[in-house]
Design a protein around this ligand. Sequence first.
Ligand code: ATP
Length: 509
Amino acid sequence: MSAPAASNEVSMETLVALCKRRGFIFQSSEIYGGFNGFFDYGPLGVELKKNIRDCWWNDMVRRRDDVVGLETSIIMHPKVWQASGHVDGFTDPLVDCKVSKQRYRADQLFFAAVVVDGKTVGYVSALESENTAADLQTAAEGLKRKKAIQGTLAPIIAKDMTEAQPDEIPLIPSPATGEPGSLTAPRSFNMMFQTNVGAMTDASSVAYLRPETAQGMFVDFKNVVDTGRVKLPFGIAQIGKSFRNEITPRNFIFRSREFEQMEMEYFIHEDADWAKCHEEWITWCKNWLLSIGLPESHLSLYAHPKEKLAFYSRGTVDIMFRYPFGVQELWGIAARGSYDLTQHANASGKPQEIFDETTKKKFVPHVIEPAVGTDRIFLAVLCAAYAEEQVTDEKGNTETRTVLRLSPRIAPVKVAVLPLLKNKEQLTARAQALYKKLQRRYAVFYDEAGAIGRRYRRQDEIGTPWCVTIDFDTIEKPGDTFTLRERDSMQQRRITEAELFALLDEQVY
Ligand code: ATP
């Protein structure tokens, strides 16, 4: 085989198709037409997701002496969400189109005045994308042409609907109809899913599906402290489902209505150098993403401008990822002061303090919060791992190889065990023995169907880092060696069982 050509940037269409074809992700309730904002993880998807989750848990909790784990309930006392501010403030600005009945998030719906020779001659609109400004410019040129207006078109100034003046709103066209007059002014829309607990369905039984896992750590803060395992600074981590009634779920699993979060609250002394601690966690999170195979080239940092921060927040930095639909938030790392614990102390009447042995004073700890979505990491690793390469076989034929260059840490299948021929009992028996032994510790796949080259390709497409072929040299020559074929280089070498286990031990952790 010749060296592979450079990989392409993947489109979302290609990725969604691969996810369905190979059983990574399905649309929820597909046989009923799907359910917008909900997804199912198929046989390979659950493995990949579990590996991401396990890597995070191992690195964040088990391999650190200062972080402990927690699992709190999804439905908590409704007072939790009043105290946290979610009942009143967990809202997104919503704009309705009265004609099409479409709903838009106001901060994702952009518009611009079309100005010709200094005069506003109309408005154009476009949904947020990586090309919003260019889309608005093209629409502005189109409007000028359509109205046959002569003169010089000023460069457009894109604004989102939260910035629209009341007199502009009736003039902005709806993206659904292309006509002005149907968009409403933005209003607040609470994203929490409501339910009722118990037999009565009235105001007193209203409860919420949690929109974040973080409040569980604050509400159980005292329980964790009082059980005695922790001393400041320390963290409490949780992985679990969260639910948000997103106005416009989109970009596949990037923004869904049910998703999984991996959050950690790191409690520090009120006098500690919070900025230094914040910096350290940003570095930790970025390094962790690199450790599961995300390339540095796709990552960047975004510091929220001071004027846009919540009043209690001291600073928030997002680790951004370059998705096919643009650079978007992957992981938010926020310095939240003592806001959350203080809110719960006030609302519950139970002090949320720690005793300082040095000063002999009680205080409410401050917190640094790295919060990330497992599904967003899942999508990021697939985007970065996908490659199509032109490869030439020994007969000189060129073909396209689809390969997922997933890190061995998270690849859904670690090794494929392949007997060279399926009707040669000695080969299959040795392959089965190895397969069974590997299975005790790793996700492995046994495949005896089809030509060996085809079997390699099937594994490439799902990101299996190694294939082990049991061939005639295995059974006829001394040493009991197999052919180890590496996914990325496609190179082959001979390896013993002990060496194979050593390789896996080193790379899969
Ligand atoms: P966004 O601005 O994209 O809506 P956010 O700032 O509201 O996100 P946080 O409340 O900080 O997000 O949640 C922490 C993390 O949870 C995010 O960084 C993201 O990885 C993940 N997350 C949030 N909302 C969703 C969603 N609807 N679908 C999937 N993951 C999500």
